[in-house]
Design a protein around this ligand. Structure first.
Ligand SMILES: Nc1ncnc2c1ncn2[C@@H]1O[C@H](COP(=O)(O)OP(=O)(O)OP(=O)(O)O)[C@@H](O)[C@H]1O
Ligand SMILES: CC(C)(CO)[C@@H](O)C(=O)NCCC(=O)O
Ligand SMILES: [K+]
Length: 252
């Protein structure tokens, strides 16, 4: 089944991808709100009979979107479990893995040369760093709070810290001279350092050298100014959407 639109349901936002012959042509991130979805259907000129493929880690929103697609005359394939996807999940409890991590893995292994491991980094509501081995199996990874969750936790669990808005521009890791900048510096460093350490851990565990690293997610720009020696890092904003497209295509 080749869908016209693929949808990745996150914990904060709903990402839509418009499929082209060779991949994902356009990506938008929308709130979990049918009014925004209707406006996007109009903007992309999607008619009745449009084929959709949907999956994600926020089941109530995924169910709502799948039902909404059918209410506007679309047909929708809804991926509900990572065990439905055409990739081995070499972890303790395959059904418990976040399906977004597995969509990313599916896409990553389609982008690397044969017998090349891949590491995926998704910086969203949560950050995940995941390993796909040289045989193309998902081998697990790590999960930690994303930038916004860190900022909320500091506000919610301290007496004196304000909620700091994260901007697109990097703060840098040097000593900051006011509270808000100190929090932004700390969060930036937690993400950059955490991702760096986990990429190294995954590369050490990868059963073959030469792994490719893919970076995706709404806050992936946080990592843009930083470089890892000897590692090929590729920004792939549509990584999870590409994985949904591949999973749908594999349905036949
Ligand atoms: N340029 C940025 N710099 C720092 N933080 C950012 C930036 N862009 C987004 N963020 C923060 O990173 C977090 C993740 O961003 P966003 O919600 O866009 O990701 P997402 O991939 O859509 O997440 P999910 O898939 O979980 O819905 C948000 O909490 C947001 O506040
Ligand atoms: C970690 C998140 C929140 C990242 O979106 C998602 O993948 C998820 O809800 N995972 C479930 C638990 C797991 O992946 O092991
Ligand atoms: K995410």
């Amino acid at each position: 089944m080749l869908p016209a639109v693929v949808v990745d349901i996150g914990n904060t936002r709903v990402k839509w991808g418009r499929c082209a012959a060779d991949g994902i042509a356009d990506v938008v991130a929308l709130p979990p709100d049918p009014a925004a979805w209707a406006a996007q259907v109009a903007a992309w000129g999607l008619g009745r009979g449009t084929r959709w493929a949907v999956g994600g880690v926020n089941p109530p929103v995924a169910d709502a979107l799948a039902a909404w697609v059918e209410s506007i005359g679309g047909t929708c394939h809804h991926f509900r479990s990572p065990t439905e996807l055409p990739i081995p999940l070499l972890v303790d409890e395959p059904a418990a893995v976040g399906i977004d991590r597995v969509f990313g893995a599916l896409a990553a292994r389609s982008l690397v040369p044969p017998s090349t491991p891949a590491v995926t980094v998704d910086v969203g509501t949560a950050v995940t760093v995941n390993l796909v081995d040289a045989a193309g199996a998902f081998r697990g990874g790590a999960i930690f709070p994303g930038p916004r969750l860190m900022a909320l936790a500091l506000r919610d669990r301290t007496a004196q810290l304000p909620l700091v808005e994260l901007t697109g521009s990097p703060e840098g890791l040097g000593p900051a001279t006011n509270t808000a900048a100190a929090i932004r510096t700390g969060i930036e460093s937690a993400v950059v350092g955490g991702v760096h350490g986990l990429i190294c851990g995954a590369l050490d565990a990868a059963p073959a050298p030469g792994a490719w690293v893919f970076i995706t997610g709404g806050a992936a720009t946080v990592l843009a100014p930083y470089h890892l020696r000897d590692v090929t890092m590729t920004r792939e904003p549509a990584l999870n959407l590409l994985g949904i497209r591949l999973a749908a295509a594999a349905l036949g």
